[in-house]
Design a protein around this ligand. Structure first.
Ligand code: SAM
Ligand code: SF4
Length: 332
């Protein structure tokens, strides 16, 4: 374990104890709201090695980070990713409260038990439709049965599952109630997400933007949503669903600003640290880390804290994305 250093506190007094660490920008799917069909991915040589990622996690934990979420791109397509999960997982319970992952679950089935054994107790899985054809259309290539197999394996391995569903007007909005019931029956949390203007995707996101305030009103015709005290420091507002006993979260960056309680930073697979998903403010870590080790990483983290923006500036009505990089680069 690295020596403890000062906690990460930004210029607005927010304590940063949560990091989303992207391990690759690559993915085996091409979800329409996330990526263009012809995505160009980064050369592998530009990525931090797994050892560097593990070393970085050590330093983050030494600086007071209590939760790390591995993401991407699709984290499970990174070769040997389980070695990184095991390395970071060793801190769970001694320094780190939680190690989680966001995945599309296409490759989850064979590794679910090992993830659990390495310290992953919860996992977020993207699932935008329970209809095979529609799932394939949204992801441009995904096989729903493979994903459902991954979800089932996680459940059997004792990993708590939360489903992320991006709410898309005239694409899957008619399935939201079904998804609430499906998750309720299985004991999965459900988080609904508004599309965010991140990166060019060859189509106009405004066409499929669906306000979650409206979705919530519609759900309330059928379900009793009781505001929950559950808070993650993130953009979701949570409700208990009386009829299913489940929970539902709404991630509404566009209709509600959630930045005051922000507790997180994001680090890309190439070692760029972003203080905010919706800004270009960044600090490059990789070359400094290779040349200057721990001290350089500390300096980079301090620079991010000094410059972390107060709030994002998303606006779906703008014709251009708020920031040019895709969610798959910054890490969702
Ligand atoms: N591949 C993994 C997955 O899909 O779960 C992890 C990375 S993905 C970028 C993380 C989350 O971001 C997913 O739940 C996805 O649905 C969401 N996402 C991607 N692009 C988005 C966008 N433009 N607006 C809102 N959510 C987005
Ligand atoms: Fe891949 Fe996740 Fe983006 Fe879909 S949302 S293309 S699964 S990174």
């Amino acid at each position: 374990m690295s020596d403890a250093g000062p906690s990460l506190i930004d210029g607005f007094g927010r304590r940063i104890d949560y990091v989303r660490l992207s391990v690759t920008d690559r993915c085996d799917l091409r979800c329409r709201y996330c990526m263009a069909e012809q995505m160009r991915f980064l050369p592998r040589s530009e990525l931090l090695t797994l050892e560097e990622l593990a070393g970085l996690a050590d330093i983050l934990i030494a600086r007071g980070v209590r939760r790390i979420r591995l993401t991407g791109g699709e984290p499970l397509v990174r070769r040997n990713i389980l070695a990184l999960v095991e390395a970071i997982g060793r801190h769970v319970g001694s320094g780190l409260d939680e190690l989680t992952m966001t995945t599309n679950a296409t490759q989850l089935a064979p590794v679910a038990s090992r993830l659990r054994a390495s310290g992953v107790r919860r996992i977020n899985i993207s699932l935008d439709s329970l209809n095979r054809d529609r799932f394939r259309a949204i992801t441009r290539r995904g096989d729903l049965d493979q994903v459902l197999g991954g979800i089932d394996a996680a459940r059997r391995a004792g990993v708590a599952v939360k489903i992320n569903m991006v709410a898309l007007k005239s694409i899957n909005e008619d399935e939201i109630e079904t998804m609430v019931a499906w998750c309720g029956e299985r004991g999965f949390g459900l988080t609904l997400i508004e599309t965010m203007p991140l990166g060019d995707i060859e189509e106009d996101r405004t066409d499929h933007y669906l306000s979650l305030d409206m979705v919530k009103r519609r759900l309330e015709d059928r379900y009793t949503l009781i505001p929950s005290l559950h808070r993650t420091g993130g953009p979701a507002r949570y409700f208990d669903v009386a009829e299913t006993g489940g929970t539902i979260g709404f991630i509404t960056p566009l209709t509600n600003n959630f930045c005051d309680g922000c507790n997180r930073i994001r680090i890309t697979a190439t070692g760029t640290i972003f203080g905010c998903l919706g800004h270009d403010q960044r600090v490059e870590l990789r070359d400094a880390m290779r040349a200057g080790g721990r001290e350089a990483v500390d300096r980079a983290l301090d620079a991010v804290m000094a410059a972390k923006p107060r709030r994002h500036e998303f606006d779906i009505a703008r014709s251009r994305p708020a920031v040019a990089r895709h969610m798959s680069v910054t890490g969702g």
